[in-house]
Ligand binder design. Structure first.
Ligand code: ATP
Length: 273
């Protein structure tokens, strides 16, 4: 169905303001923003600009958002693709698609390539043989490594990849000059959840009884994506009841619904249905 291999955003609007919490990770990627903004300042002293950074953390914690914000802050084009799409959709042509992607990114450099779910491509080559090797995936991975090694010092393309399974990645990906920087993006703590709520209630008409600090306390273990979803659910619940604004109770009802959903998801050990 989807024929497109990668997305391209030439004018990224996302900025660090859109990413709540994650102060440590933002500080680390600030360096990448600086490289992309003025590469010459760094290479003038003989330094080599890093080629890749790996964002590691649980699903929905803002890895894609953060990568996009790096492009937005630096004012550079953002090329993105998902590792799982890659392996499923491009049987036989994975490697050539990787070549195309890097070629386009170089033409538009400085730029960012973002690879979500890199583990789908970058799973350790040894391990995959246990479940039956996947030559297509390996060819794609090899091409990715080749492209990253092939960058000259004058190619200002930085590849940011995301995974929630850094442990399964092929060690070759982590070698110097590839994804040698790892940045952890964790689930938000109480204070960060409050900051994430503040981002996602912005478009919502709130009743004055809404207590964000209480909601932040009621949502341990929620990711940023869960909180975004929660705010949206609360608005839908209130609308269904014909309310003029979203009340505290609507948020609580949405919490119940989402916690119910998460519990169900965690109970499924083997796919029965
Ligand atoms: P996955 O591993 O599932 O791809 P991810 O870590 O890339 O997830 P995102 O896709 O960036 O997560 O997050 C999904 C959505 O959740 C974002 O578009 C945003 O609306 C919200 N979100 C997640 N984290 C944050 C955050 N730190 N601040 C604000 N919004 C967030």
């Amino acid at each position: 169905s989807k024929a497109k291999l990668f997305d391209q955003d030439q004018k990224v609007k996302t900025s660090f303001k859109d990413v709540a919490g994650l102060e440590g990770a933002k500080e680390e990627v600030q360096e990448i923003v600086d490289f992309l903004k003025s590469p010459d300042k760094y290479t003038a002293l003989g330094g080599k600009i890093p080629k890749g950074a790996l964002l590691v953390g649980p699903p929905g914690t803002g890895k894609t958002l953060l990568a996009k914000a790096v492009a937005g802050e630096a004012g550079v084009p953002f090329f993105s693709l998902s590792g799982s799409d890659f392996v499923e959709m491009f049987v036989g042509v994975g490697a050539s698609r990787v070549r195309d992607l890097f070629k386009q990114a170089q033409q538009k450099s400085p730029s960012i390539i973002f690879i979500d779910e890199i583990d789908a491509i970058g799973r350790s080559r040894g391990k995959s043989n246990i479940t039956g090797g996947n030559d297509e995936r390996e060819n794609t991975l090899n091409q990715l490594l080749t492209e990253m090694d092939g960058f000259g010092t004058d190619t200002n393309v930085i590849v940011i990849a995301a995974t929630n399974r850094a442990d399964v990645l092929d060690k070759a990906l982590m070698r110097a000059g590839r994804f040698d920087r790892q940045i952890y993006v964790d689930l938000p703590d109480l204070k960060e959840r409050e900051q994430i709520f503040k981002v996602h209630i912005k478009p919502i008409k709130l009743h004055k009884d809404v207590d964000i600090s209480f909601l932040s306390q009621q949502t341990p273990g929620f990711s940023g994506a869960d909180i975004a979803n929660l705010c949206n659910e609360a608005a839908l619940i209130a609308a269904r009841k014909g309310k003029k604004a979203v009340h505290h109770q609507d948020f609580l009802d949405a919490v119940d619904r989402i916690v119910g959903g998460l519990e169900k998801k965690n109970k499924i050990i083997s796919p029965k249905e």
